[in-house]
Design a protein around this ligand. Structure first.
Ligand code: UD1
Ligand code: PEP
Length: 437
């Protein structure tokens, strides 16, 4: 297991370009299974989860041409469905969350889709009911092998469009159902659909392949099924979660930083939430400029009560940035309640921040109150283990601002979602080293 050794307390400076969005890339890669024609994708992040999915596509027989670390062409004209029944697939498919989204395209195009229980962050219960209820509504037969945690859907006579109301606005669930419905007979409506930029991008890509999806960006999608889809080229948006992480790093290390080409129009609440923590952000063209700030003060509500930052399905604030907001608040002036509504095991990493000297009260698994130090007391370096991607990057941010040298173990968790993070941080002046275990 590799580790990071971080000497904290150094300011960063310069500009950084965000990687392509992990969660969008995982959807877009699955969509290449919907056509026998070539699909070219640019700005794919070179991270563990994405590379694992590309590996699975290769095992499925997809022809893969790599033009550069971030640009590929895929062609799914000879798919090897036998792989789905292999022991290798049971191992490979369960190693990330995004692999679940191969099921919709395979079901739509080949009449069957299987998946072992997918992996991903261990951040609480992560059910798949929405996905499979959607496929069943489209006419698929469902089976589940409890011993092997193996899911399967089949539809020998194809899928038929229908109206459905999702039980929750699941991101990967909506993507999966969209990819199944684009090739179904007739019209499907999906109400209570997730509408994150990831889903909007997937829908736009599918429309450029010949699909007929309307309502893109809303929670009511209408999909007129077509008989086949063609090739396309697609560019993945910058990763809004990485952008939020860079904002957090700049604030915590009191650094002046420019984040380049962020696609402001797709950032939703993200800039505003950081502004509510008192962090100054300037829109400069399509860049975010963050001036060096010695202190920042958390706003209160108009009536003077304590600010809450909570997650919600889009256009609400993404749960994937709450850990970062939490760590940033530890050095602010003021108090904030962090309410992680979606996941029940994502806040436990605060123990480590408390060890480092942060004032945090974990009220219950979903809520933590952060009482900012206002820079009166610097966090102390420590040795810690990264439990999930976002807690991992939050601990890294804490370590960059702390006094002394910290060690973070299990950094594969960070590598799952952040491309070449130590070299990019070093280019901004951070003192960080990877130690191979
Ligand atoms: C590969 C990928 O794209 N992963 C993202 C995707 O995961 P994923 O698609 O797995 O997450 P879901 O959107 O299905 O749900 C996440 C959690 O939120 C709960 N929930 C969801 C919707 C809702 O309206 N109410 C509700 O309580 C679910 O029960 C679940 O516990 O979306 C999550 C929620 O934005 C992100 O954290 C993950 O980074
Ligand atoms: C929860 C996350 O990822 P995954 O769904 O892939 O585990 C995340 O990106 O923060």
């Amino acid at each position: 297991m590799a580790s990071f050794k971080i000497e904290g307390g150094h300011r960063l400076s310069g500009s950084i370009t965000p990687q392509g969005a992990k969660n969008e890339a995982l959807q877009i890669l699955c969509a290449v299974l919907l056509t026998p024609e070539k699909v070219k994708i640019d700005n794919i992040p070179d991270i563990i989860d994405v590379n694992k999915l590309i590996f699975i596509l290769g095992e499925l027989g997809v022809k893969i041409e790599k033009h550069s670390p971030n640009s590929y062409t895929f062609q799914s004209d000879e798919i090897n469905l036998n792989y789905l029944e292999s022991a290798e697939f049971k191992r490979d498919g369960s190693s990330l969350r995004g692999s679940i989204m191969i099921v919709g395209p395979l079901l739509a195009r080949f009449g069957k889709g299987y998946i072992p229980r997918p992996g991903g962050d261990k951040i609480g219960r992560r059910r798949l009911d929405t996905h499979f209820e959607g496929f069943i509504r489209l006419g698929a037969k469902f089976r589940y092998n409890r011993e092997e945690y193996f899911y399967g859907v089949e539809a020998e006579d194809g899928l038929t469009g229908t109206d459905m109301l999702l039980d929750e606005a699941s991101v990967t669930g909506t993507a999966n159902i969209i990819m199944a419905a684009v090739l179904a007979k007739g019209t499907t409506t999906i109400y209570n659909a997730a509408c994150e930029p990831y889903i909007q991008q997937l829908s736009k890509m599918l429309n450029s392949m010949g699909a007929k999806i309307s309502g893109v960006g809303s929670n009511l999608l209408t999909i007129e099924g077509v008989t086949s889809l063609g090739g396309c080229t697609h560019r993945v948006l910058p990763d809004m979660i990485e952008i939020g992480s860079w904002i957090g790093m700049a604030a915590m290390t009191q650094s002046e930083l420019t984040i380049k080409d962020v696609s402001w129009k797709d950032l939703g609440q993200i800039p505003n939430v950081f502004r509510k923590l008192g962090i100054q952000l300037e829109k400069r063209g399509d860049d975010i400029y963050i001036p060096q700030q010695d202190t920042y003060e958390i706003q209160t509500y108009i009536d003077g009560s304590v600010l809450t930052v909570a997650d919600a399905p889009w256009p609400g604030f993404t749960p994937d940035l709450l850990s970062i907001v939490l760590v940033v608040a530890t050095q602010a002036k003021g108090t904030v309640l962090i309410h992680q509504k979606m996941f029940e095991s994502r806040l436990f990493f605060v123990d480590k921040l408390i060890d480092m000297g942060a004032k945090v009260i974990l009220s219950d698994p979903h809520r933590a109150v952060v009482i900012g130090h206002n820079r009166q007391s610097q966090l102390k370096a420590t040795k810690m283990t990264s439990p999930d991607i976002r807690a991992g990057i939050s601990l890294l941010i804490a370590a960059l601002s702390a006094k002394g040298t910290s060690i973070i173990n299990n950094i594969e968790q960070i590598d799952r979602g952040y491309e070449d993070i130590e070299n990019r941080l070093r280019s901004l002046g951070a003192k960080i080293e990877r130690i191979e275990g």
